[in-house]
Design a protein around this ligand. Structure first.
Ligand SMILES: Nc1ncnc2c1ncn2[C@@H]1O[C@H](COP(=O)(O)OP(=O)(O)OP(=O)(O)O)[C@@H](O)[C@H]1O
Ligand SMILES: [Zn+2]
Length: 672
């Protein structure tokens, strides 16, 4: 026996003693899937290897970034840009010579990872950082009936949730916390905090300048609806002005394009602010903004309190009750002493490293930026983005890791902050706020990874009474709270559905054949032919009054491997049947049937509810009813031209027209 093997044996003595010989022996053949090799994933991989799990599949779609190295300790600097799954598997294999780790560099949502693939595992451990992937794995685990341990951390906070179909709540049983919301007016007209300016730059300005062109359709529509004509005229003027600067940003750099950055600046920080000032009602209870002037800022002669003289009231009063902005802010060295009295430093927003200086101390990203710094950054980042548009990119959207967009958002948000007398932010802070980043804490990840293993062991032992939802919380008196599992939410649109699977050739199987086959001919099976609607995600493929797609193949409807058909009972008597689409086995005869149906057919549970409370198949982000009254589709996903509001909402923000408006709690903040 080699020395290494002896050392491993010695080390496993403790684990064996704790787990007992039976469970310990079982672990070596237990097939575990670990999804995510990031902060939690690295800790967890180390834990399960050392616990004695012998057959691990590790899946992650990403490559290693330099910024991962502070906490994802399975990676070294030389590994940057390599696959996380491959490197983590290689590093952790050395911890136990008996472990087999199969790395997969892929997205867990890919079609190849269908229900049959999930079913091969004894347990699945999630170490993900986004809701979409979490929801996907949760649903696949419901379909495959495999236990799952879900987890997440956000700074000092963390959570572990064991999930087992029919026994405990699934990930979607409980609505997630509502996203941070801002009234539209606060973002568009009356910001009072740095975050308002950052959201404006990231979610409004970037799409306006670098996103898809707006067709003005929504204004035509608003006009038809008889909305305030004057306000619509103002918005049209604004849209027209955006068209001009958009064109300049795309024009060759030796023509109008050379001046594009200045044009954008003058439009958004001068003309638009003058327009806003003309709405006198808006500034009755709050300090008005100050228009900025490009040349004055550039030459250092800009004076902050140079207010607008235009005071025509055109209404448009905003219902938001934003606090008035403080106008005694100072511009930090902005004017090179030209006026002396106006200096806007980072004020509250300044990091210690940056305090007192614009040029020295701390990391480059953490220093406070002067007004002139911001102007320079604005011009250079606008020019960089414009040259990308001219070169090849049709549209550019914000990405915290895209330096050009981050620089642009930093500069634009800070310039707007100057206009509104709000504290400026360092690039670092803007990245954190715009990217919704909560700094990851390695210790929290480590605690959570340990708790995941404990819950996984309970699941494998079938010690269901020992399962707990565990929270790591910021309470010194009780840093951990363990909550007894709740039964599934009877209204959950994911785990209360009946899951089944067909194996088929999607190019031959028709929608009608699949649905008829699943419903079956009579009692004791799929409960027979009845009025149903059929969906794929949010697409309606058929309903009792519309069967145009029934003769079409699944392939032509884009319902292929890894996807689900949801069969919803229109009378509200039975629960929804979720039909997972899988592939025919390799030995299936060429002249065999195009569809293999499950035996026995699924029996959807009877619902206690009235037809009026019909629930659509769960989806991740809207509250549309399930019935066939939704957008019908011939197979391709419906396309929208999202309004500005919608786009802002897609950024994770719910925009309300009025600060008092009630919100649905369907939207969620992700924790990572
Ligand atoms: N759909 C997915 N399929 C596979 N892996 C995924 C998927 N979504 C997220 N992941 C992986 O989950 C891991 C989450 O880890 P973590 O929260 O530490 O994120 P990170 O990207 O490493 O760090 P940061 O976001 O702070 O830069 C990441 O490695 C990410 O690539
Ligand atoms: Zn559920």
């Amino acid at each position: 026996m080699s020395t290494a093997t002896k050392a491993t044996e010695r080390r496993s003595l403790h684990v064996k003693a704790i787990l007992g010989p039976e469970l310990y022996a079982r672990l070596s053949t237990t097939k575990v899937l670990l999804v995510g090799a990031g902060g939690i994933g690295c800790e967890l991989l180390k834990n399960i290897v050392l616990t004695g799990f012998g057959d691990i599949t590790l899946l992650d779609l990403d490559t290693i970034d330099l910024s991962n190295l502070n906490r994802q300790f399975l990676f070294k600097k030389k590994d940057v840009k390599q696959s996380k799954a491959l490197v983590a598997a290689k590093t952790a294999s050395a911890f136990n010579p008996n472990v087999r780790i199969t790395p997969i560099h892929a997205n867990i949502k890919e079609a190849q990872f269908d229900v049959a693939w999930f079913r091969q595992y004894d347990i699945i451990l999630n170490a993900l950082d986004n809701l979409d992937a979490r929801r996907h794995v949760n649903k696949m685990c419901m379909a495959a009936n495999v236990p799952l341990v879900e987890s997440g951390t956000a700074g000092y906070l963390g959570q572990v949730q064991p999930i087992l179909k029919d026994r405990a709540e699934c990930f979607d049983c409980v609505p997630k916390p509502t996203a941070k919301t801002f009234p539209v007016c606060t973002i568009r007209s009356t910001p009072s905090q740095p975050i308002h300016c950052i959201v404006w730059a990231k979610s409004y300005l970037i799409p306006q300048l670098f996103g898809e062109d707006e067709d003005g359709g929504e204004l035509d529509e608003a006009e038809k609806q008889g909305e305030n004509a004057q306000e619509i005229a103002t918005l049209r003027k604004e849209a027209q002005a955006f068209k001009v600067v958009r064109a300049a940003l795309r024009a060759p750099s030796d023509t109008a394009g050379s001046n594009a950055a200045k044009m954008v600046f003058q439009k958004i920080f001068h003309s638009d602010i003058l327009n806003l000032l003309s709405m006198a009602d808006m500034w009755r209870s709050r300090a008005p903004p100050t228009p900025l002037d490009f040349e004055d800022v550039k030459t250092g002669t800009f004076v902050l309190n140079k207010t607008s003289s235009n005071s025509n009231s055109v209404g448009g009063a905003c219902t938001t009750t934003g606090s008035s902005s403080t106008k005694d802010a100072k511009i930090n060295g902005a004017n090179g002493g030209a006026s002396g009295e106006k200096t806007l430093s980072g004020i509250n927003g300044m990091t210690p490293a940056a305090s007192g200086s614009t040029t020295n101390g701390g990391l480059k990203d953490q220093r406070a930026l002067s007004l002139q710094d911001n102007l320079e950054l604005f011009v250079s980042s606008t020019n960089r983005l414009a040259s990308r548009l001219r070169a090849s990119e049709d549209t550019i959207s914000f990405d915290k890791d895209d330096d050009d967009t981050l620089d642009f958002v930093t500069a634009a948000a800070n310039l707007r902050s100057v206009a509104y007398g709000i504290a400026g932010q360092s690039r670092w802070e803007v990245k954190e706020m715009a990217g919704n980043i909560i700094p990851a804490i390695a210790t929290t990840n480590a605690i959570i990874a340990g708790l995941i293993v404990l819950q996984a062991l309970h699941l494998l032992r079938k010690a269901y009474n020992s399962l707990r939802n565990v929270h790591v919380q910021f309470k010194p008196s009780m840093p951990l709270s363990a909550i007894t599992m709740c039964p599934p939410n009877p209204d959950c649109g994911v785990c209360r559905d009946a899951y089944t699977e067909i194996l088929c050739e999607p190019a031959l199987a028709t929608l009608g054949d699949v649905v008829d086959g699943i419903l079956g001919g009579g009692h004791g099976d799929g409960t027979g032919k009845r009025d149903v609607s059929v969906y794929e995600e949010k697409r309606v493929l058929s309903d009792p009054d519309w069967d145009d797609n029934n003769g079409r193949t699944l392939e032509s409807l884009n319902v292929t491997r890894g996807k689900f058909l949801s069969i919803v009972d229109e009378d509200g008597i039975y629960g929804t049947i979720q039909v997972a689409v899988g592939v025919l086995p390799p030995n299936h005869p060429i002249d065999g049937s195009a569809i293999i149906f499950p035996v026995p057919l699924p029996i959807p549970p009877k619902k206690a509810k009235s037809p009026s409370s019909l629930k659509r198949p769960a989806s991740d982000d809207d509250n549309v009813e399930p019935s066939a009254k939704r957008v019908k589709t011939n197979g391709s996903a419906p396309t929208f031209s999202p309004s500005k509001k919608k786009r802002l909402e897609e950024d994770g923000l719910i925009l309300v027209d009025d600060a008092n408006q009630q919100l649905d709690d369907d939207d969620v903040i992700e924790i990572d």
